[in-house]
Design a binder for this molecule. Structure first.
Ligand code: GDP
Length: 300
């Protein structure tokens, strides 16, 4: 966790440092407030949350009058925490039905880190003493099933797969059947994320979910989003949210960007919490999203 925190800080604290420096200026004139706004927008915080935050900061700084750096840091921390959502439930649920495995569908555009995230999540659950079955329902990308199976072998989870180009829903069905037969604690289903036709995607993801739900309720639909894609990622996220009901967001590749504000923007956009973050390609680089640690990393 300490290592993850360090990595998060390295990539993130440009934003908070910038904000603190600006807020510490003796005269907070309109130009400075504009610079503060630009700093937030550049960090991908998004237009509406930026305006809200700036308004709150203006009000609080005005009330404060003279201000020390410590006071500003505290104030900024509080306001960012409010924006990120300090008390939101971010548990990845895997216990919707008694005597059935918890079902987690992992969705998102190809290349965002879906398969990697599915593997890492399996590792977290197995380390927690849970038995896991993996469903390789991404039959679109040729190597996806192999990649998932390799993860499965590494972490000690069985992978159910079908023929290349096979029907994702039938593989998902088989994975859940296997999970029920083996009395597994969780079944994690990796899905394909081609975006070129929305109806195609809708049909496929909808079908996967319906077919799975014939056997067990789906606990979580996690949308994987690449933090480095910024506002483009948000557009994609919206398409997914329209076709399947998302219960949580996994923000990957936060190690590769200083634009941590995307956490705030995507939660606002989808009305769904960021539950997990990816901070590298390694097996241990998936962490629960902790608002406090995140905001601390932002402020530096
Ligand atoms: P998929 O097509 O969505 O299943 O994507 P993959 O799981 O194959 O991941 C695409 C690439 O992103 C791979 O090279 C992963 O190792 C890499 N990746 C995934 N998550 C992270 C992360 O949190 N940080 C970094 N730096 N790379 C990641």
């Amino acid at each position: 966790l300490v290592r993850l925190r360090a990595r998060l800080s390295r990539s993130q604290n440009a934003l908070g440092k910038g904000l603190l420096t600006l807020l510490s200026r003796e005269h907070l004139d309109e130009d400075t407030w504009e610079e503060i706004e630009d700093t937030l927008l550049t960090a991908d915080v998004g237009v509406a949350p930026t305006q809200e935050l700036v308004e709150r900061l203006r009000e609080r700084v005005r009330v404060l009058g003279t201000r020390t750096t410590d006071e500003l840091r505290t104030l900024l921390r509080e306001e960012l925490l409010t924006l990120v959502g300090a008390d939101t439930d971010r548990t990845v649920h895997t216990e919707a039905a008694p005597d059935k495995p918890g079902i987690v569908m992992v969705v998102g555009v190809n290349g965002t880190g879906k398969t990697t995230t599915t593997g890492k999540l399996a590792r977290v659950l197995v380390a927690d003493g849970k038995s896991v079955v993996l469903g390789a329902a991404d039959t679109f990308r040729a190597a996806a099933a192999d990649q998932l199976q390799t993860w499965g072998e590494r972490v000690g989870a069985r992978t159910v797969r079908g023929p290349e180009g096979g029907d994702p829903a039938s593989i998902a069905f088989d994975a859940v059947k296997e999970g029920i037969a083996e009395k597994a604690d969780a079944v994690l289903i990796d899905t394909a994320g081609r975006l070129h036709t929305k109806t195609g995607l809708m049909d496929e993801l909808g079908k996967v979910k319906r077919v799975v739900e014939k056997q067990a309720p789906v606990d979580e639909v996690l949308l994987v989003l690449d933090a480095t894609t910024g506002q483009n990622g948000l557009v994609q996220a919206r398409v997914f949210a329209e076709v399947v009901s998302i219960t949580g967001i996994v923000l990957t590749k936060l190690d590769g960007t200083a634009k941590g504000g995307i956490v705030i923007a995507v939660q606002r956009e989808l009305g769904v919490p960021v539950k997990l973050i990816g901070l590298g390609e390694g097996a241990d680089d998936l962490a629960p999203f902790e608002p406090g640690a995140f905001v601390d990393a932002l402020i530096g």
